[in-house]
Design a binder for this molecule. Sequence first.
Ligand code: ZN
Length: 675
Amino acid sequence: MDLEQARAKATELSQLIRKYDKAYYLDAEPIISDREYDLLFAELQSIEKLYPEIIVSDSPTQRVGGEPLKAFEQVTHNVPMLSLQNSYTKEDIFDFDARIKKSLENEAFAYSAELKIDGVALSLRYIDGKLQIGATRGDGYAGDNITSNVKTIKSIPLSVPAVTYDGKELKNFEVRGEVFMHVSDFQQINKARIESDEKPYANPRNTTAGTLKLLDSALVAKRKLNFIAYYLKADDFEIESQHDIVDLLSKLGFKINSGVKYCNDINDLINFIDEWESKRHDLPFQTDGIVIKIDSTRQQNYLGSVARSPRWAIAYKYESENAATILRDITVQVGRTGAVTPVAELEPVLLAGSTVSRATLHNMDFISERDIRIGDTVLIEKGGEVIPKVIKPVIELRTPEIIPYVFPKYCPCDLKTLLVRFEGEANYYCEHPDCPWQIRRKIEHFASRDALDIAGLGEKVVDTLVNEGLLKDIADIYELHKHYEILKNLEKWGNKSAQNLLEAIENSKSQPFERVLFAIGIKFIGRGGAKLLVRHFKNIDAIINATRDELTAVHEIGTKMADSIIKFFSIEMNKTIVERLRNYGLTFEFDEVEIVLTDAPLSGKTFVFTGEMESMTRSEAALKVESLGGTETKSVSKVTSYVVVGAKPGSKFDKAKKLGVHILNEEDFLNLIKG
Ligand SMILES: [Zn+2]
């Protein structure tokens, strides 16, 4: 075979493979067996190996993933990727309709409605009909260039056929849509993780987002990601309407939403919303609402956008999902402060796309107020949180032998100490300083991201090291280097893991005092409290020796916190641990340079966060606010400056609306902290 014959053969094979890909991934109707497909693919690969010069960028072999990257480059979006305003009631939709009517001065208009997939937004740039760049949404203005990962998603065409609109060919354009994972594929991944003793992922969306950010595209290729397109903008001309866009996307070879409808008026729209409320659960992927757009592009442009959201579109979110299942048992877990909290052990049930077998029960008061009993059928709910919660028992289904729940008297640890409950507190406590369960969680807390941020020292590793007898308290972390031989020979470890851990431990010594104070785990002293104490007392000795009055003299340090500090340092073992940590070189003095200037941009502003943000976790956001001089508080009041609302917000959002507190969406917030 000479070069030209090879090129011709490769082209022929590529065309066949593309056809079979389309049948499999877009039409869900495979026309050849997997084995036949694999043979064709292998043949193409071997030809390309012989003649690398014939490889074209849209060859099917280019989907399998290339060399791992060191980091992603940034891509600026030509048109910012705005976020939609969310609505939770039909009333909001009627208000939206009324606003549009008014703005358009009663000119006729139509809606385009589509199911909102609970996935990750993606922007695709095609030049001359070929995929050039795939980018994440990022902050809306610029995202990560994840092209090598995007190429592995088989429902994204690497090149498109010739399609014309109004006599003009679509060659240079941007497509946007949602990347997502089927629930069944997600469950497969989690099954494998659980079997290999890894922590299961929270939900398909987070797993998709995490997958897209992998630097090794070969790993991405193994995860079965899908893409559905909903946006198309040609570089050289305007496409008149959303329904034309959907039509063109389909012709270009993109998968489009099965739930998409042109609605003549609001009644059509409401019917569509109702129609999908339950039907959406039959889909193989998760959806959380309906996206409503004004169909005409001209009218969209006329309406424009405001505060980082378009005026011509809105998202309607369905209520969060419930499921009923049997409460098989209530177990308890011991936290780092000795708090013993109940956990619901459930008959596994599918809820919002993932299998749920455990749920939180908060504390004994929560259980007794709702009279939740072992054996009951209970309703569980998944809000914005990762861990679902039990809402209430279904009393009608309760049988006579089901008796009220009694909280255990003793700690589940080997020491079996009598649990105590203090007045005014919801939790029971194991007060024994040697409680092995507390020690594990203390070490885990010490190493956590908000504390000393020792990567690699998570729940599983801590459990292993405690079981191996290498860690008996937090100070032992700094002796781990003496056990290098044991570490590297642990199951699934090796030189690299052991070295990485020791390096992270060494680095943690330079963390500032306020983190160290938070990390040592004094009950009721969170990051905020630690910071206040550090600023006021400057060093650990002053804190250890402070009287109750001196402590409460610090603004925002109450008697509960003061008593807890005094109690903590009255325990000889705690003082010894602090002394050891100091000797290992950890920081126990305040570095004045850290003082935030009073003219910092957010000085005097208070923030409350509710719901999940896409670009950062809540604690990262809080740190950012603090670094700019603001403070994060947990509850909303009239004096709250801003409530930042992410996806699936909680009751704080309603309260903020009621009190008229300034509400920011994620984009507003990012803008604010950008300055
Ligand atoms: Zn215990």
